[in-house]
Ligand binder design. Structure first.
Ligand code: FES
Ligand code: MG
Length: 572
C-alpha cells in the first residue's frame, strides 16, 4: 500500500481525539481490530420509503458490507437525502444539487477511504456522483436495478411511458378509473426503478459507460438475486480500489464522458442525461458543451429497442446481454484509453462476455433499430444558448415544422385552458409553455411534454410540437423541444413569445426560430416584467440565486469543481 489512508487521521490517532473517534463507534459492537488501519468504506445509501424506487436498498447495503468484509475492509453505511421522482414537489430536480452537497460533505467530513454509492431513482445517481466527484476518493456505483416488466391485459406496459397513455385513454373514454387503478398495480409489480429507458435506467447506463460500475451492472433487475451478487462484488472491489488509489478523477476523464455520450445515443437515453452529465463534468473539471452531445451522439444509431423509443423493457435488455453488448457494438467508436473501476477499459472488461441473445432487443450496429438517435441541439433567436430535442422520441414529420404559437404563460394557465373547447388551437400549432426552467418553476420540472388538448386527442392525433424551458420525463415521448436556454424567468426570448407568432423548428438545420423582428422583440423586452422570485428564504432562495442555465447542467455556480478530501481540523 502506498499512501497513508485518510481514515488514519481519525482512527489511527493516539491522543484524546483518537479516543473520541473510536470509542463512540464501538457502541455499535465493533471490535478494536476494526480500527487497525483497514480501508474504511462508506456506503452512501439513498434508501427511503418515500423513494419507492430505492426502498429495497437496505438489502443492497448488506450485500455490499459482506463484500467489503470479505476483502478486509471496514464498511460503514450512512444515509443522505433521498430524491424520489414521483412524490417530491415541485420536482426532485430542485433538490438534486442539495442532495449532492449532502453527499459531498458527508463523504469528506467522515473517516472514509472509499465510497460505494447506492443509487436508483433518477436524481439519486447524478446527485451522489456529483458529490463524490467534488471530494475525489475511490468511488464505485451500485445501480439499484429496474422493476420487472409490467404486464396488463396481455400487453407489456412500461413505467412512466404508459402513464401518459393511460391518461390519454381516460380522457378519451377508452379506459375507466377502475381499469386504470388495476393497471397501476400491473405497472409497478416489483422492487426497483422505472423499467423503461427512462432517466433512472439512463443514469444506470451512464455510470456503467463512464466506468463507475462493475461491468453489466446497469441492466440487472432489482428483484434478480444477481443484483445482490453485483452489490457484494462491488463491496469487494472498492477495497482494492482504495489499496490501488484508483480515485474517481482517474476514471472520469474527458474520454470517459465522450464514451458516455456515444453510449447514451445508442441506448436512446433520456434527454435528462444532458443536464446530469454536464453537472458531473463541471465537478470534475471536464469542459463539456451542448455541442459535444450533438457532435458525438447524433450520428450514432439507436441500437436498443426499449420504451419509450421502442417496445421492450429493461428486463428484456438484461436477458439480451445488457450494456456490455452495446459497448461491444460501439467498440469502433469508444475511446480505449480509459480506466473503469476494474482498473481496465470496457473493451478488456467485456472481452469474454458480450454475446447478444436477442437481436430484437439489441440490434447490431450495422443493422440498427433506428438511424436517428441521440440528442440534437437546436439554436436560434428563441434559444440563443440552445435547446434539446430527442429525435428517437419525436414524430419524424414534425422535425421540420413551422406553426402558430399557442402560449401558456405558466403551468397553471396551461391546466386552466388546455382542455377548453374554445381554445384556438389545432394540430399544426406549436404549444409554448413559459416559466418552467430552473429559476422559473423553480427546479425545471418534467412538464415539457405537456399533454395535448383533449379536442386534438379526440381526433386521434397524439403529437404536436411543444416548446418549453422545462424538462421531459425520460419515460415520455413526443416532439418536445426542451431545456430552452436562457430560460424565460431570467428574460430569455421564450418569455416574449405571443399567441399567433410563427415558430420554426428545423431539426436537420439545428434551428429554432421565432419569426418576429428584432425591433418588435426589443419592444417586448422593454415591457417585460420578471416574475416574483419563487422564495425569499431557505434552500429555494439560495437555489434561484445561484442556479446556472440548463445549457450548463443547472448546477449551483459555487458548487463547480472539487474541494478535495482533506479536512485538517478536529471536532474537539
Ligand atoms: Fe423512480 Fe422512475 S420514478 S425511477
Ligand atoms: Mg423522471
Amino acid at each position: 500500500m502506498g499512501k497513508e489512508l485518510r481514515s488514519r487521521g481519525w482512527f489511527g490517532r493516539k491522543d484524546k481525539d483518537g479516543i473520541i473517534y473510536r470509542s463512540w463507534m464501538k457502541n455499535q459492537g465493533m471490535p478494536t481490530d476494526m480500527f487497525d488501519g483497514r480501508p474504511v468504506i462508506g456506503i452512501c445509501n439513498t434508501f427511503s420509503e418515500l423513494t419507492p424506487c430505492n426502498a429495497h436498498f437496505r438489502a443492497h447495503a448488506e450485500a455490499v458490507k459482506k463484500g467489503v468484509l470479505e476483502a478486509g475492509g471496514f464498511p460503514v453505511e450512512f444515509p443522505i437525502m433521498s430524491l424520489g421522482e414521483t412524490l417530491l414537489k415541485p420536482t426532485a430536480m430542485l433538490f438534486r444539487n442539495l442532495a449532492s452537497m449532502d453527499a459531498e460533505e458527508s463523504i469528506r467530513g467522515n473517516p472514509i477511504d472509499g465510497v460505494v454509492l447506492l443509487t436508483g431513482c433518477d436524481k439519486t445517481t447524478p446527485s451522489t456522483v456529483m458529490g463524490a466527484a467534488s471530494v475525489g476518493l475511490p468511488t464505485i456505483v451500485v445501480p439499484g436495478g429496474p422493476m420487472l416488466n409490467g404486464h396488463y391485459k396481455g400487453q407489456l406496459i412500461g413505467s412512466g411511458t404508459h402513464v401518459w397513455k393511460f391518461d390519454e385513454d381516460m380522457k378519451t373514454g377508452k379506459m375507466t378509473q377502475e381499469e386504470c387503478e388495476y393497471a397501476e398495480s400491473c405497472m409497478s409489480r416489483s422492487i426497483g426503478h422505472c423499467m423503461t429507458m427512462g432517466t433512472a435506467s439512463t443514469m444506470a447506463c451512464m455510470v456503467e459507460s463512464l466506468g463507475l460500475t462493475l461491468s453489466g451492472a446497469a441492466a440487472i433487475p432489482a428483484a434478480d438475486s444477481r443484483k445482490k451478487v453485483m452489490a457484494q462484488l462491488s463491496g469487494r472491489r472498492i477495497v482494492q480500489m482504495v489499496r490501488d488509489d484508483l480515485t474517481i478523477d482517474k476514471i472520469l476523464t474527458r474520454e470517459a464522458f465522450e464514451n458516455a455520450i456515444i453510449t447514451n445515443s445508442a441506448i436512446g437515453g433520456s434527454s435528462n442525461f444532458v443536464i446530469h452529465l454536464m453537472a458531473i463534468a463541471g465537478r470534475i473539471g471536464v469542459e463539456l458543451t451542448l455541442e459535444d452531445f450533438d457532435r458525438l451522439g447524433s450520428k450514432i444509431p439507436l441500437l436498443l429497442n426499449l420504451m419509450p423509443a421502442g417496445k421492450y423493457l429493461m428486463e428484456d435488455f438484461y436477458y439480451a446481454g445488457g450494456l456490455p453488448v452495446i459497448l461491444h457494438e460501439l467498440k469502433e467508436h469508444l475511446h480505449k484509453n480509459v480506466v473503469t473501476v476494474t482498473g481496465k477499459n470496457h473493451h478488456e472488461n467485456i472481452v469474454n462476455d458480450h454475446s447478444c441473445y436477442n437481436q430484437e432487443v439489441i440490434a447490431a450496429y450495422t443493422k440498427p433499430f433506428k438511424e436517428d438517435a441521440g440528442i440534437v441541439v437546436v439554436k436560434g433567436n428563441l434559444a440563443a444558448n440552445g435547446a434539446v430535442i430527442k429525435p428517437s422520441a419525436a414524430t419524424p414529420s414534425l422535425m421540420k415544422h413551422t406553426g402558430r404559437a399557442v402560449v401558456f404563460e405558466s403551468i397553471e394557465d396551461y391546466h386552466a385552458r388546455v382542455d377548453d373547447p374554445l381554445l384556438d388551437i389545432d394540430e399544426t400549432c406549436v404549444m409554448v409553455l413559459k416559466y418552467a426552467g430552473p429559476v422559473g418553476y423553480p427546479g425545471m420540472p418534467e412538464v415539457g411534454n405537456m399533454a395535448l388538448p383533449k379536442k386534438i386527442l379526440e381526433k386521434g392525433i397524439t403529437d404536436m410540437v411543444r416548446i418549453s424551458d422545462g424538462r421531459m420525463s425520460g419515460t415520455a415521448y413526443g416532439t418536445a423541444v426542451l431545456h430552452v436556454s436562457p430560460e424565460s424567468a431570467i428574460g430569455g426570448t421564450l418569455a416574449l413569445v405571443q399567441n399567433g407568432d410563427l415558430i420554426e423548428l428545423d431539426v436537420e438545420q439545428r434551428k429554432l426560430h421565432l419569426h418576429v423582428t428584432d425591433d418588435e422583440l426589443h419592444k417586448r423586452r422593454q415591457a417585460w416584467q420578471p416574475p416574483k422570485p419563487a422564495a425569499e428564504r431557505g434552500y429555494v432562495s439560495l437555489y434561484i440565486r445561484h442556479v446556472m442555465g440548463a445549457d450548463k447542467g443547472a448546477d449551483l455556480d459555487f458548487l463547480q469543481g472539487s474541494s478535495g478530501s482533506e479536512v485538517t481540523r478536529d471536532s474537539h
